[in-house]
Ligand binder design. Structure first.
Ligand code: FS2
Ligand code: SF4
Length: 545
């Protein structure tokens, strides 16, 4: 196997024997085969759009399948087989419709792929189309091609979440399939590949905007909300991942059962949504970021529901208590499927009732969430006045993923050292490095504002754009600095979006992506002034002068 799509890749260069994340070589091969099949499928889908051949949910399917190959989503080899077969079924039906119109171009080999009949043969088939066997010989083009593919995985994740809540945009699907089809091309120069990477960033803006509309349209705009950490006495279910609808269905199905619902990791911002927080048994937040789940899930005295990334190999002690749903999978963990009219979480509820729950209340303080674009821009006048009066000197967006590798305490230290006349906006699971710090306020506005999940990155873009408008300047002229941490492919998509918006001077850590070659990095440094993080003191000094 060879995989270097995430930040924790082995030795900073690539996982070759087994994934640091726990991905086995067979799953790696099946994921590579699925991506290859989707590249071919996209070539056919692009042709179908061009020829007005009716589409039956191809875009949504492409995104769903691509999302399942994102880091820490699905580790269950068996689940990839029906997906591969579905790619081929859908592809062949589009081809037949095209042929009926007299359109039968020379399809790429990927668009003619026939998956082997059994697992033993599928694995070598996947290995043959892995990154190491990519016929592309130009290292920089290969780097940009993989950047586009990884960015598209992030876009697909956002599009899938939006689709689950009924929000779709044909232009977004067209962009995803167009770009995925382009990744099969061998006739594009470096400039064209850079443009594709920026196009991927633009597609991601569309996806994030759609997801924002889906989340806020369904559950209301998040409002500032105090969330208790710790626990309350009684039976309990812990919900991790990112999916709001799964949480909503579970809240409804546990109403009146006496079970309290807790969020874990990226589900924390769910407490700010009016239509979710209205449930009295939606108690609070338990634990921190994804990479701490082994310890935190093992200590949780109730059932656990994993709705999306990031799942880790469950310890034996809680394998019987953890349930996956949606695209998440772990072999041996019980999986809750969609049954046409929703999901039936009774197995999760029964498990929670059979488990001891919390014997007593545990008070571990609280944190504030709910500072999405609507809440922040609702006090925009106060913020603008405070900047003009010199009370707020600078804004820092300290955002992105958390992870297990050392070096991430940079972000804790950075936030601790931000001067008192500066504000910190944050989003995604990287915030757990500092989310419970009491940073006080400036003129009644909390200095630490939790904008939401990684899925809410659009909120930060919207806040920055609105501030730039208010100050009649560009985003790069605002007293705003972006200090980002990356781990998986949604972060790649967000970075590409920021570059597509022309945002400069971003600091990125804890290490730079292994799939970026020195030449591509030089280009990003020269054109966008992108820089790796150094030390909190040095970076703060450089930013604030
Ligand atoms: Fe965090 Fe993991 Fe949110 Fe990423 S929970 S690193 O894949 O999606 O951010
Ligand atoms: Fe390695 Fe990351 Fe790929 Fe997992 S997803 S195999 S940790 S590079």
């Amino acid at each position: 196997m060879f995989c270097y799509q995430c930040e924790q890749t082995a030795k900073g260069s690539g996982c070759t024997r087994i994934g640091v994340c726990g991905k086995q070589p067979d799953v790696a091969a099946l994921q590579d085969l699925l991506v290859y099949a989707l590249q071919g499928f996209s070539q056919v889908a692009v042709e179908a759009r061009k020829n007005h051949v009716a589409s039956g949910g191809e875009g949504a399917f492409t995104c769903r399948a691509l999302f399942s190959t994102l880091t820490n989503v699905n580790f269950d080899a068996a689940r990839f087989v029906p997906m591969l077969n579905e790619v081929v079924e859908r592809r062949e039906s589009l081809k037949a419709a095209l042929a009926a119109k007299g359109v039968s171009p020379a399809w790429h080999e990927a668009a003619r792929l026939v998956p082997a009949a059994d697992m033993a043969a599928l694995v070598p088939q996947g290995e043959a189309v892995g990154i190491e066997n990519d016929p592309e010989t130009d290292a920089d083009i290969k780097s940009l091609k993989q950047t586009v593919i990884y960015g598209l995985k992030g876009v697909a994740a956002y599009a899938d979440h939006a689709e689950i809540l009924g929000q779709e945009n044909p232009a977004l699907y067209e962009a995803v399939e167009g770009l995925l089809a382009d990744t099969l091309r061998t006739d594009m120069d470096l400039g064209a590949w850079v443009q594709r990477a920026l196009d991927c960033g633009n597609a991601n803006i569309m996806a994030m905007e759609l997801l924002d509309a889906a989340n806020t349209g369904t559950y209301g705009h998040p409002v500032p909300t105090e969330v208790p950490l710790g626990a309350t006495q009684g039976k309990a279910i812990l919900v991790s991942g990112h999916d709001l609808k799964d949480l909503d269905m579970l809240l409804q199905q546990t109403e009146g059962t006496g079970i309290n619902i807790y969020t874990h990791g990226e589900m924390l911002p769910c407490h700010g949504y009016p239509e979710l927080k209205k449930h009295e048994h939606f108690h609070g937040h338990y634990g921190t970021a994804w990479q701490n789940q082994l310890k935190e899930f093992a200590a949780f005295p109730g059932a656990i529901l994993m709705t999306t990334n990031c799942i880790q190999k469950p310890a034996e002690s809680y394998l019987g208590n953890i349930f996956t749903t949606g695209l998440v999978g772990w072999p041996g963990a019980a999986h809750i499927t969609e049954n046409g009219s929703g999901k039936d979480f009774s197995a999760v509820i029964e498990k929670a009732l059979a488990m001891p729950g919390f014997a007593q209340d545990e008070d571990k303080g609280s944190v504030m969430v709910g500072f999405g674009h609507n809440a922040v821009l609702g006090v925009a006048d106060t913020v603008i006045d405070a900047v003009k009066a010199g009370d707020i000197r600078h804004f820092f967006l300290v955002a992105g993923c958390d992870g297990a590798r050392p070096g991430r305490n940079y972000y804790t230290e950075f936030v601790e050292k931000v001067p008192e006349d500066c504000m910190v906006l944050t989003l995604a699971c990287g915030k757990f490095r500092f989310f419970d710090k009491k940073l006080g306020d400036i003129g009644g506005i909390p200095r630490l504002l939790d904008v939401g999940q990684c899925n809410d990155a659009y909120s930060a873009v919207k806040i920055a754009t609105a501030l730039a408008e208010a100050f009649d300047c560009g985003i790069n002229d605002l007293p705003l600095s972006l200090v980002l941490s990356w781990y998986e492919q949604k972060a790649v998509a967000i970075l590409l979006s920021l570059l597509a918006l022309g945002v400069k001077d971003i600091r990125l850590g804890p290490s730079l992506p292994a799939f970026i070659t020195p030449n591509v990095l030089n280009f990003l440094v020269e054109k966008y002034d992108l820089k790796p993080i150094s030390t909190p003191d040095e970076d703060l000094k450089a930013i604030l002068g």
